[in-house]
Write a protein that binds this ligand. Sequence first.
Ligand SMILES: [Zn+2]
Length: 466
Amino acid sequence: MKFLFLITFIHILPQCSGNPLSRHHTTSEEIKREIARYSDIAKAIINLAVYGNAQNRSYERLARFVDTIGPRLSGSKNLEMAIKYIFNALQEDGLENVHLEPVKVPHWERGVESAMMLAPRSYNISILGLGSSVATPPEGITAEVLVVTSFDELHKRAQDAKGKIVVYNQPYISYEETVKYRLLGAVEAGKVGAVASLIRSVTSFSINSPHTGLQKYQFDVPKIPTACISVEDAEMMARVASRGTKIVVTLKMGAKTYPDATSFNTVAEIVGSKYPEQVVLVSGHLDSWDVGQGAMDDGGGAFISWEALSLIKELGLRPKRTLRLVLWTAEEQGGVGAQQYYQLHKVNISNYDIVMESDEGTFTPMGLAFTGSDKARAILKEIMQLLQPINVTNIYENGGGTDIDFWVRDGVPGASLYDDISKYFWFHHSQGDTMTVQDPSQMNLCAAVWTVISYVIADMEERLPR
Ligand SMILES: [Zn+2]
């Protein structure tokens, strides 16, 4: 509704000359004309990314990267190798100010883990321990299962939970709504005396694979081992329990937390020609979970962000402001790299024009999600018109993201790629997050969108209003 109102507002303005609004009217018309003049550059970017020499490049770079390195868990040797690999690749690509900014990151390893159902039948349950979980004793934890569908039900049956393994079979509503079971399932079960918790994976679709992710303990609650299980196994145990049949499981987890490791945010730039101190930041995260290849989360977002700088350089363009690529580390541990970057650079916050992040897949792009003032939104609406040749012109609400929210909260305009996420959570944090999920032509389109938007914002005469 807000968006429609704004369109109407702009259309009415030309009739207002002579009143104080006319100044805004002039600015709007001027900005509209200025943005329209980028139409040839936008077409050149689109042609190069979608049809020209750079076609499929971000996909092929990503494939080579994930096939060489594999998944990239915070604190792991793989992540260290990945950062070296990218650092060299960005230098070879001829980008400017390629450098690493050190960050202390969590180092947790899952070790060997298993869950064996002993009663009513012998069955090997697929599990993935949740990030930061403690281990079981070497012989495992053998206990009866209590199945619940919600925290409410757990609290009502608190007396039954003591000494049990709590299995959560919560329905999937949305990621944002349902992820609280993964984040807090162990704490809530620990509060009522459970010995472990197994949590139905947070996904709308399943082919019997568990999905991992971060979970958080509370200092005053006993830390119990916790893992996710597949939708299928959660539903199966719920059915068995509903018949009054006793379920017994042995859970073994060898998870270990090591001292924090040194990692890095990886940075590269195209330095601005006129206002080099001003920054348009494009980003994705380089770390992933330790399953699959981390190709979708967030290989795609990281590599289209790199591609934006490559395309601009290849076209011989240099925007007035600095275009800065940041590949965050330890996003999956709660935006650890991004927080460190914010602490280090917030002193220059007035120089940040916009912060952009792609971390919800690089499927067919539909537009841009944006958080900022109405004036800035009106400018972005004009910029999106430059993407008419590939029909990606929509603007949506909520342009935040784990890694850029630190800035957005302080009033810096924020944007995230808005793409077709209908299958995103099918693969998210699972063995299924591989290159097979990625599509080269979809990545070409995402790269074109990301490049046109970031370039035009970096090159316009006026800064994006706050
Ligand atoms: Zn991600």
